[in-house]
Ligand binder design. Structure first.
Ligand SMILES: Nc1ncnc2c1ncn2[C@@H]1O[C@H](COP(=O)(O)OP(=O)(O)OP(=O)(O)O)[C@@H](O)[C@H]1O
Ligand code: SF4
Ligand SMILES: [Mg+2]
Length: 362
């Protein structure tokens, strides 16, 4: 992470030299839909994550964005094995986490932690900060000097030692998220997933918490997966950004490349919705308004998952053939059959109405 608007290109140039700490391959999480007496019969599945591949080099941050319901949190939970994996591999430092169980999984969990969106909901209101911060250590049977460790952790997240005896309700939202972060790093993990870490916070506090995550990355050598709705948040903290649509990653590139030249029609639509600070540029910009809603992950469209809403859809390839996430420029992957033609302007967009989307989904 860096404190500027995006991380420098310099920081992303040598990505190829760094071993991935996390590698996800063909990951699927399908939640069964049950019906009948006592819900015994499976009648379908919500394909919340449906074939995701990604890599995060050690010490780097991957930002993950996409519409509500596209599977971001499910992907995060599956990586940490907080939800069952239907298919695929999650490799952490060379070990397949999806295949671990019992004591081996518990030991692995020590290295992989999560910061949640709502610190009030994720902290036990009846526990003092001291108890909250030392519980993970106790649970993992790690011996520690209580006063010293709590002071160290509070110091690390910029809270005074007097916070130890207090309870979550005695803090502001930003301070509570600092406690959540201190708890996540208590076990000295190497990998942290932050799921919407600032979306419950006041805009004025968001930058402080993001800066804290950045500082901790440098001091503790952390590797992050940061999930966010807000493209600005992801841009601020990420070396690389992955864009998710209906259970799959549709584009992944360095933060600079993705924001300067998004190549997938869905990413282009997401970007065009973000206001540009310069009013002149803003006035001239062409907005791509996405028609219709995100289709149901219980009955996703055939072929390219985005074809029902895509202004560049070409019959019948887009309807029949699911595009693979492929390299279209150095370090830039896109899941679109026509990525090159769209970039060259040889495939023109057409208007998509809500009615078209409804017809295509039938
Ligand atoms: N335990 C579950 N059982 C059944 N369906 C689930 C479960 N958890 C999530 N889903 C469904 O899986 C899909 C993906 O949900 P998920 O929470 O991963 O999305 P998200 O991208 O994190 O959304 P948001 O931005 O709103 O947090 C949604 O359709 C959701 O309803
Ligand atoms: S594969 Fe076809 S439908 Fe999918 S994004 Fe590309 S042009 Fe659009
Ligand atoms: Mg979520």
């Amino acid at each position: 992470m860096s404190t500027g608007s995006t991380r420098s290109t310099e920081a992303t140039d040598d990505v190829g030299d760094t071993q991935p700490l996390l590698r996800v391959e063909g990951l699927k999480v399908h939640y069964p839909i049950r019906s009948g007496l006592l819900l015994g019969r499976q009648v379908g599945a919500v394909k919340a994550v449906d074939g995701v591949d990604l890599e995060i080099p050690a010490g780097r941050t991957l930002g993950l964005v996409g519409e509500s319901g596209c599977g971001k949190s499910t992907l995060g939970k599956a990586i940490l094995r907080l939800t069952p994996v239907t298919e695929g591999r999650v490799e952490y430092d060379g070990t397949d986490v999806a295949a671990l169980g019992g004591e081996a999984l518990r030991r692995m969990r020590r290295h992989m932690q999560m910061v949640f969106q709502d610190p009030m909901a994720s902290l036990n209101p009846r526990q003092s900060v001291e108890t909250i911060l030392t519980e993970p250590l106790r649970a993992h049977g790690i011996s520690y000097d209580k006063q010293r460790r709590v002071r160290e952790l509070l110091d690390l997240v910029g809270l005074p030692g007097s916070a130890a005896a207090k309870y979550p309700h005695e803090f502001s939202g930003g301070q509570r998220q600092r406690i959540g972060i201190a708890r996540a790093v208590a076990l000295e993990p190497r990998f942290v997933i932050a799921d919407e870490p600032v979306s419950a916070l006041d805009v004025s506090i968001q930058a402080q918490v993001l800066n804290l995550l950045e500082e901790l990355q440098e001091r503790l050598g952390l590797t992050y997966l940061v999930i966010a709705h807000d493209l600005a948040v992801v841009r601020h903290v990420s070396d690389e950004v992955a864009v998710m649509y209906l259970g799959g990653v549709v584009e992944q590139a360095s933060s600079d490349d993705l924001y300067a030249a998004p190549r997938h029609p869905y990413t282009q639509a997401l970007m065009s919705a973000v206001p540009v600070p310069d009013p002149e540029v803003e006035a001239k910009r062409q907005r791509i308004v996405l028609a219709g809603d995100l289709p149901s992950p219980a009955d996703p469209p055939t072929g390219c998952r985005f074809h029902t809403r895509c202004p560049f859809r070409q019959e019948t390839r887009c309807d029949d053939e699911r595009p693979a996430l492929r390299l279209v420029a150095p370090g830039h992957r896109v899941a679109c059959h026509f990525a090159e033609e769209i970039a060259a302007g040889t495939v023109r967009p057409h208007e998509v109405t809500d009615q078209d989307v409804a017809d295509a989904q039938r």
